[in-house]
Design a protein around this ligand. Structure first.
Ligand code: NI
Length: 134
């Protein structure tokens, strides 16, 4: 595919085009980065991206991200409209008890489960992102 769609991508319509949870769709690219959207509910898994930060924007609902940091474990809570960047190398586990729609910005080819991770549960898609419409 070309690096970018040739027309604007309305995110509400893009989100309505798939139902799978924890299974990001790539809506456009910026240089070597993907802009991905995902629907999430329940828990993801502990994982870490050794070589990249990971940007989150909450489009709808509320996302929680548990973090394992040198000082201990904490959870950040992102309401709709909030952004947060997980630093590279930091173990994290996103979750959303009530469900959420999120946008992520990360280098093309970044696996959703990171470079180090727990066993991947059946409800989580281990992927580097899918093309929109697939
Ligand atoms: Ni991650």
């Amino acid at each position: 595919m070309s690096n970018q769609p040739s027309r604007p991508v309305p995110l509400p319509e893009a989100l309505a085009s798939f139902d799978a949870l924890w299974s990001p769709r790539i809506v456009t690219r910026v240089n070597d980065y993907d802009v991905r959207i995902a629907k999430v509910a329940g828990e993801h898994l502990w994982h870490a991206h050794d070589d990249t930060d990971e940007f989150f924007l909450v489009l709808d609902g509320e996302l929680r991200i548990a973090l394992r940091e040198p000082g201990g474990e904490r959870t950040v809570v992102l309401p709709r409209g909030a952004v947060f960047t997980v630093p590279r190398g930091t173990e994290h586990k996103p979750s959303s008890p009530g469900g959420a729609s999120i946008l992520m910005f990360e280098p093309t080819g970044t696996p959703t489960v990171g470079d180090r991770h727990d066993a991947v549960p059946a409800h989580v898609d281990a992927t580097t992102g899918h093309a929109l419409g697939t």
